[in-house]
Write a protein that binds this ligand. Sequence first.
Ligand code: FPP
Length: 227
Amino acid sequence: MAENTLRHLAIIMDGNGRWAKERGLRRTKGHEAGIETVRKVTEFCAEDPEIETLTLYAFSTENWKRPKMEVDYLMHLLEKYIRVEQPRYMEYDIRFETIGDMSPFSSKLLRTMEETKALTRGNSRLTQILALNYGGRDEIVRAVRHCLEAGEIPDEAGIGRHLDTPYIDVDLMIRTSGEQRLSNFLLWQLSYTELAFTDTYWPDFDVVELRSIVDDFKRRQRNYGGI
Ligand code: FPP
């Protein structure tokens, strides 16, 4: 039997807070440690010739409900990560993209994101997409609205065209930290996705475990509703 191809990997990076709490640290320390995992996982994907897209759930539309201090810290961390990462995006030939409603973000964060998108536009080995202020239902509603505004019929192809990124099916979605929910992530793109859940907290997640999840995915039977 032929192995499945992994072109698009999506990850819900969960468990930073619990990782920190178990060590008697502030939650923000968990997010800081999570950055290192983001880096290692992104490098892993850039070095795998099959993987074209990596989408990471970095901030959901619901995450604004967290204490202001944590939200502010996450914003600071994000801006710093994207800025510091620029040479690595160039070294690994990675294109940086985002999905979600960017309108509430600070001008500093928006500027860094725009600058990084422009800098990496020509890179083609891997596209790293950060989902920021992202909600799957919100994305679908906005796509339907754009479709109607353009005078198009909101059928599958029409809605697909107006999603935040041109419609790319996700082959494998991983969620860390033991939670087994989609939490409003890529609802449209996950329709036929293989799902994998691990108890490991995001800061402890490593490429050895990722390799084993990917190998398991390759052996799965994917029927897409057929037999
Ligand atoms: C979930 O852990 C994680 C987040 C809400 C944010 C993810 C952010 C990072 C991994 C760091 C920044 C990311 C980038 C791309 C720079 P949680 O806080 O919900 O953990 P808990 O469920 O244990 O409380």
